[in-house]
Design a protein around this ligand. Structure first.
Ligand code: IMP
Ligand code: MG
Length: 188
C-alpha cells in the first residue's frame, strides 16, 4: 500500500470539528441511555468505520450494555458505490435473539448497506433493532431505512477521518474532513 501523504494535502475543509463531535456524542449517549433504560441494550458496530464512534459513544452510555462487531462487504460494486446487497465478511460472536440491538454506523449514504444488514439481523429475531449513525447523507438515499439516532446530517461530499478512511488511512483523525477532489482521486 502506498505510503500516505500528510492529511492536510487532501483536506478541502473540516466538515465536523472535534469539538462538534465531542459535544454531540454525549447528547446521543444520554438519549440512548434514557430510551434503553429497562432494555437489554446490545451495540453492534459495523467494522471498520464505526469503531471510533462506538468507543466514544459507549463511554457516554450510562446503562449496562454489551458490544459485538461485524463486517460486511458489498457485492459487485466499485469502491465508492454500494450495490445494494451485502455479504457478511465477519459475523457476530454472540446470538442476538431477544436482545435490544442498536447498530452503530459511521455513515449512511444510499442506505443500501444498512438496509441489507437490517434484513440479515432482523431474521435472527432480536427483541428490537434500531440504527444509530454518526453521519447521514440524506440526499443520497435510495433505500427506505429507519434511522433512530443521527449525529449529523451532511451534504453529498466524500468525507474522511474519525473512523472513515481514505484508502484505509486517516481513520485516526479526530474530526470529519471533506476530501479535496482536485488533489485526490480514488484508485480503480
Ligand atoms: P451506503 O450503502 O451507500 O449507505 O454506503 C454506506 C457505506 O459507504 C458506509 O458504511 C461507508 O463505508 C461508505 N461511505 C459512504 N460515503 C462515504 C464517505 O463519504 N466517506 C467514507 N466512506 C463512505
Ligand atoms: Mg461503513
Amino acid at each position: 500500500m502506498k505510503a500516505p501523504r500528510p492529511y492536510d494535502e487532501l483536506l478541502a475543509e473540516i466538515l465536523v470539528s472535534e469539538e462538534q463531535l465531542q459535544k454531540r456524542i454525549p447528547e446521543l449517549g444520554a438519549q440512548i441511555s434514557q430510551d434503553y433504560q429497562d432494555k437489554d441494550l446490545h451495540l453492534i458496530c459495523i467494522l471498520r468505520g464505526g469503531v471510533m464512534f462506538l468507543t466514544d459513544l459507549m463511554r457516554q452510555i450510562d446503562i449496562p450494555h454489551t458490544v459485538d462487531f461485524m463486517a460486511v462487504s458489498s457485492y459487485g460494486a466499485g469502491a465508492r458505490e454500494s450495490s445494494g446487497q451485502v455479504r457478511i465478511a465477519l459475523d457476530l460472536t454472540n446470538d442476538i435473539r431477544g436482545r435490544d440491538v442498536l447498530l452503530v454506523e459511521d455513515i449512511v449514504d444510499s442506505g443500501n448497506t444498512i438496509a441489507s444488514v437490517l434484513e440479515l439481523l432482523g431474521a435472527r429475531h432480536p427483541n428490537s433493532l434500531r440504527v444509530c449513525t454518526l453521519l447521514d447523507k440524506k440526499v443520497m438515499r435510495q433505500a427506505e431505512v429507519p434511522i433512530h439516532y443521527t449525529g449529523f446530517e451532511i451534504p453529498n461530499k466524500f468525507v474522511f477521518g474519525y473512523g472513515l478512511d481514505l484508502d484505509e488511512f486517516y481513520r485516526d483523525l479526530p474530526f470529519i474532513g471533506v476530501v479535496n477532489t482536485t488533489k485526490y482521486s480514488p484508485p480503480d
